[in-house]
Design a protein around this ligand. Structure first.
Ligand SMILES: [Fe+2]
Length: 250
């Protein structure tokens, strides 16, 4: 996007995009009481209603599986997801709802991976996240194991790992080796920090983002997501052919 275009677009605040045509939200925390997301079924319904108003009709929710803090078990998450589906049916809400997970790269994850017991979505995609403090020493091994097992790894919110900010080539290398990158919608609003916003913009300009997710945990996230709909970088991303969200529609 040229400099003049950016200025021009930023002044057209009234011109928002809808997420409806392409957007399957494949990163959120909508199962009640299993992680730091929704706290109750009522919460869950409000969150889904709020996201629906942004144009999202398909949800692949991804509760944390992190052995130290959220020791969730896949089968339990699936059965809790069935309760959400039942509630959505009872209320006549016209959305689809599927359960996967956001896996923290720890020893527990490596164990599940070796047993081929990961929750997946779409074309065998697995969403995983890293420590915010430092790159895990076994990252490359984990990527190799995932790909060897036929999984397609998606790295959650790469823009949020500050230790990569001064090594942009790391993002390019992920892309080259077939690790898909998923941007959080609200990163473009500076929810995390101005640096995260800047890297998000650069990742979009470099055409490295393949998936977009709300990473919605609570209603505050939705309030911010409403504002992002007029963001020029989001418009660029949606009008590009980089995004694969729409391939996930069931
Ligand atoms: Fe998340």
């Amino acid at each position: 996007m040229s400099f003049l275009n950016k200025i021009f677009n930023r002044n057209k605040k009234e011109h928002s995009v809808s997420l409806e045509s392409i957007f399957v939200d494949m990163h959120s925390h909508l199962i009640p009481g299993v992680d730091d997301g929704s706290k109750s079924m009522n919460d869950t319904i409000q969150l889904i209603q709020g996201l629906s108003k942004l144009g999202i009709k398909h949800f692949i929710t991804t509760p944390h599986i992190m052995s130290d803090i959220y020791p969730n078990v896949g089968s339990n998450l699936l059965s809790e997801g069935e309760k959400v589906k039942e509630e959505l049916r009872t209320r006549g809400m016209d959305v689809t709802f599927q359960v996967a997970a956001e896996y923290y790269l720890d020893d527990h994850f490596m164990g599940l991976l070796s047993k081929r017991e990961l929750l997946t979505f779409g074309d065998n995609y697995v969403l995983f996240e890293l420590s915010f403090m430092q790159e895990p020493p076994n990252l490359q091994e984990a990527i190799f194991e995932m790909q060897s097992a036929g999984y397609k790894p998606i790295l959650a919110h790469p823009e949020r790992y500050l230790y990569y900010h001064n090594s942009f080539e790391v993002y390019e290398n992920f892309h080259k080796q077939g690790v898909f990158l998923q941007l959080n919608l609200n990163s473009l609003m500076g929810q995390y920090s101005p640096h995260v916003k800047k890297i998000s913009e650069k990742l979009i300009e470099s055409k490295l983002i393949s998936f977009l997710g709300s990473d919605c945990h609570h209603l505050g996230h939705i309030a911010l997501s409403k504002q992002v709909l007029s963001n020029p970088y989001l418009k660029d991303l949606i009008s590009s052919d980089c995004l694969l969200n729409k391939t996930l529609i069931q």
